[in-house]
Design a protein around this ligand. Structure first.
Ligand SMILES: Nc1ncnc2c1ncn2[C@@H]1O[C@H](COP(=O)(O)OP(=O)(O)OP(=O)(O)O)[C@@H](O)[C@H]1O
Ligand SMILES: [Mg+2]
Length: 297
């Protein structure tokens, strides 16, 4: 089991190692390169640094997870990489190009609800195909393939309001997978699903990722999910969000969810939990202190 990194800042130091390890020792140009990313927000309590000098890169066909406690800056990194939020400092390159707004090669699954309420399930899933100019028959065929893939067969004519939260999230996942982007960014895509659906849907995502040689950046706070799916897991610290540790998941591929019961899997989960536990405790203490300050004020 390879666990890189020491107490912070480990991120910048590991960029080149990571590119090499991801390519079996050969240095290749990464599809995504994030360098010294900093994001500050102005808040009524003063400026906060949400993300502090985060660096990592992702090679073609790699699946990387960013894991960390609530509020550590995961969605902020996601939004910046997706070109939706400007950064305060640093550089983000996709295929060698500096990111300047949403990028055609990138598909996104958001943490929040993102279905179109006025469209049926099938029309939601087929939306990017419509934008891409596919004929109606092709849109229906491809859209239905992905509707079935996420287990929503029979619900294709329903509207989002008629579905559960987990089902709506599956519509968003199907929509992103169906447009077959070269790079997929997913922010807690499985958070509202039960554990069994999450594991099985993870298998499907891996299957598609292998078929398309897709590059995926997955944001999660679920350790099992991160180990099940990833080539590398980047553990973030509580505020300011930094990369605390990089864990290479050296489990055989193709992988299925059956792997979660193996000893090796358990060892990765334990190692990552060791790091996360520390950060989550810091997060809870800091939030408790903040709320008692508010109560006193
Ligand atoms: N638009 C904003 N204005 C001010 N502060 C913000 C803004 N967006 C995020 N933050 C702050 O930045 C920090 C990181 O937020 P972010 O949403 O990236 O966390 P996260 O790791 O995705 O958390 P979660 O796991 O709960 O989704 C938090 O302290 C949050 O309050
Ligand atoms: Mg988030």
């Amino acid at each position: 089991m390879a666990v890189h990194g020491a107490p912070m800042p480990a991120s910048a130091k590991t960029t080149h190692e990571l590119e090499r390890s991801a390519s079996g020792g050969r240095a290749v140009a990464p599809v995504l390169r994030v360098e010294n990313l900093v994001k500050r927000f102005d808040t009524p309590e003063g400026p906060i640094t949400a993300v502090d000098r985060v660096s990592f890169s992702v090679a073609q066909g790699e699946l990387i997870s960013l894991i960390g406690p609530s509020g550590c800056g995961k969605s902020t990194v996601f939004n910046i990489v997706g070109g939706l939020v400007p950064m305060s400092e640093g550089r983000v390159h996709v295929n060698g190009e500096a990111i300047a707004g949403p990028h055609a090669a990138i598909g996104m699954v958001f943490q929040e609800e993102s279905t179109f309420p006025w469209r049926t399930v099938l029309d939601n899933v087929a939306f990017p195909l419509e934008i891409a100019g596919l004929r109606k028959s092709e849109r229906i065929e491809r859209g239905m393939h992905y509707v079935k893939l996420v287990g929503l067969d029979g619900f294709e004519k329903r509207y989002p309001a008629e579905l559960s939260g987990g089902m709506r999230q599956r519509v968003s996942i199907a929509r992103a997978l169906g447009s077959a982007p070269k790079m997929l960014l997913m922010d807690e895509p499985f958070a509202s699903l039960d554990e069994q659906t999450r594991l099985l849907l993870g298998d499907k995502v891996l299957q598609i990722q292998q078929e398309l040689n897709q590059t995926i950046l997955l944001i999660t706070h679920n350790i099992t999910e991160a180990v099940q799916l990833s080539d590398r897991v980047l553990v973030m610290s509580y505020r300011p969000g930094r990369i605390k540790r990089v864990v290479e998941i050296d489990l055989p591929r193709p992988r299925t969810s059956a792997i979660v019961s193996s000893d090796a899997f358990g060892r990765y989960v334990a190692a990552i939990w060791g790091d996360l536990r520390e950060e989550a405790s810091r997060g809870m203490l800091s939030e408790e202190a903040q709320s008692s300050r508010h109560e006193r004020a």
